[in-house]
Design a protein around this ligand. Structure first.
Ligand SMILES: Cc1ncc(COP(=O)(O)O)c(C=O)c1O
Length: 394
C-alpha cells in the first residue's frame, strides 16, 4: 500500500473523532418534495430546487427533445467542436436577464467560480497581484478560484460594508487592480449582502464588483432575475432555482472574449450536453412567469422563521428561502438532524469547515413543492426537541 494511504486514513480518523467525517448516502427522488433513503421516505428540506423545476414537464420535455435531436453529449470542448449552436440563444437570454452585454455558459457553478476567478485574477495579465476584497463567508468555489490564481484574499467581516470600506481605504494609494467578491444570498445563512452599499464602494474605489448570484437567481429579484444588478460581473448556476445543472458568467463582451482565451475550465472541459442545455433553455423561459411560486416560497420561509423565533431557535440573519437553525456544536447539529429524520423530515447538518467553528447548523431550504403543513410539522418536531435538553436537565 502506498505510504499516502495511511495518511489519508489518519485524516479520516481525525475527522471522525471531531464529529466532522462526511459520507455519501444513496437517496431516491421521484418528485421535488420527497426523498427516499434506506427504505424510508422524508420531506426534503435540503434541496436547492427552490422552484421545484427539476421535475417540471416543460424542462423534462425540452431536455428529452434536445437529447433526441442533438444527442446526449456535445462531443468536445467549446473551443473545438462542442460549441453547438444551442449555446448562443441561451447566452443571449442570460445576458438579458442579468442586464449585461454578454454571457458565457460553463460547466457547474463550482467550476465557473474556480476557473473564471483564476483567469480574472491572473497576475501575468493584470501586471500585478490584484487586491481581492472578499466576504469572509464566501462559498468554497470562490476560495478555490482565488487559491488557483495565487491571490491572498483581503477578507472583510460578513456582509459588513463599513469594514469593506475601511479595507478599501487602507489600500487607497495602492494602484493594483481591485476586485470585490461576494455572494448575493449566502448559501449557508440565507442572508443578503448589502449590494447597493458595496456597489457604491466599488465605484468610489474603482473596483470591479463580482457577485455570485447562485441562490438568488430564479427565486429573488424582479421576475426572478436575481439580485446582482449592481455587479460588473455576475457568476451563477442553473443547479439551484433553475432546477438543472451548469454554470455561467455574465459580463462585458471583452471579459467574455478574455475568458474564451484564458479560462482553463472552459477551454479544457467538454461543453455541457444537449439535454442539460434543453432544461436550462426551458427554465429560462419559465422562470419570469413564476411570481406566484416565488411569493409562496417567501411566505413558507417567513412562516418558518416566525415559528422558529417563537420557540427560541436561532435562525441568524436569514431573510430568504434559506433558513439556518444554528445549534453550535457538530454533535448538536447531527443529533437534531437525526431526530428530524426519525420524524420523516430531512434536513442535513452543516458543520465546519463548511461553516465557521461553533456555528454547526441545520440548513433548511423552502421550495414551491412544500406544503404549509410540512413547515408546521417541522416546527412541531423542532419545538419538542428544542425543549428536550431543558426537560432532561430538570
Ligand atoms: C454560492 C454558490 N456558488 C456556487 C455554487 C456551486 O454551484 P454548482 O452546484 O452548480 O456547482 C454553490 C453551490 O453550492 C453556491 O452555493
Amino acid at each position: 500500500m502506498a505510504a499516502s494511504e495511511s495518511r489519508y486514513e489518519a485524516f479520516l480518523d481525525s475527522r471522525a473523532r471531531e464529529g466532522l467525517r462526511r459520507s455519501l448516502l444513496a437517496v431516491a427522488a421521484r418528485d421535488a418534495r420527497i426523498i427516499g433513503a434506506e427504505g424510508r421516505s422524508y420531506v426534503n428540506f435540503s434541496s436547492n430546487d427552490y422552484l421545484a423545476l427539476r421535475f417540471n414537464e416543460a424542462l423534462i420535455g425540452r431536455a428529452m427533445q434536445w437529447a433526441e435531436i442533438y444527442g446526449v453529449g456535445s462531443g468536445a470542448s467549446r473551443l473545438v467542436t462542442g460549441n453547438l449552436d444551442l449555446f448562443a440563444p441561451i447566452e443571449a437570454k442570460i445576458a438579458q436577464v442579468k442586464k449585461k452585454q454578454a454571457a458565457l455558459v460553463m460547466a457547474s457553478g463550482f467550476q465557473t467560480n474556480a476557473a473564471v476567478l483564476q483567469a480574472l485574477f491572473d497576475r501575468s495579465v493584470l501586471g500585478a497581484e490584484p487586491l481581492v476584497f472578499a466576504d469572509r463567508l464566501n462559498h468554497a468555489s470562490m476560495h478555490f478560484g482565488c487559491q488557483a490564481a495565487g491571490v491572498r484574499q483581503l477578507r472583510y467581516h460578513h456582509c459588513d460594508a463599513a469594514h469593506l470600506g475601511e479595507l478599501l481605504s487602507h489600500y487607497q494609494g495602492d494602484d493594483r487592480p481591485r476586485f470585490i467578491l461576494t455572494e448575493s444570498v449566502f448559501s449557508m445563512d440565507g442572508d443578503i449582502a448589502p449590494l447597493a452599499e458595496i456597489a457604491l464602494l466599488a465605484r468610489e474605489h474603482d473596483a470591479c464588483l463580482i457577485v455570485d448570484d447562485a441562490h438568488a437567481t430564479g427565486i429573488l429579484g424582479e421576475g426572478g432575475s436575481g439580485l446582482s444588478g449592481a455587479a460588473d460581473i455576475v457568476i451563477g448556476t442553473f443547479s439551484k432555482a433553475l432546477g438543472g445543472f451548469g454554470g455561467y458568467v455574465a459580463s462585458t463582451e471583452t471579459v467574455r472574449e478574455y475568458l474564451i482565451n484564458r479560462c482553463g475550465g472552459l477551454i479544457y472541459s467538454t461543453a455541457l450536453p444537449p439535454p442539460v442545455l434543453g432544461a436550462i433553455d426551458a427554465a429560462l423561459d419559465s422562470v419570469p412567469g413564476m411570481d406566484t411560486e416565488r411569493a409562496y416560497v417567501a411566505s413558507l420561509a417567513e412562516r418558518f422563521r416566525a415559528g422558529a423565533s417563537a420557540i427560541g431557535l436561532d435562525t441568524g440573519a436569514s431573510t430568504s428561502q434559506i433558513v439556518p437553525v444554528i445549534l453550535g456544536s457538530p454533535e448538536a447539529a447531527i443529533a437534531m438532524s437525526y431526530r428530524l429524520r426519525q420524524a420523516g423530515l430531512w434536513a442535513n447538518s452543516i458543520r465546519p469547515p463548511t461553516v465557521p467553528p461553533g456555528t454547526a447548523r441545520l440548513r433548511l431550504a423552502f421550495t414551491a413543492a412544500h406544503q404549509e403543513t410540512d413547515i408546521d410539522r417541522l416546527l412541531d418536531v423542532l419545538a419538542g426537541e428544542h425543549a428536550a435538553p431543558h426537560a432532561r436537565a430538570m
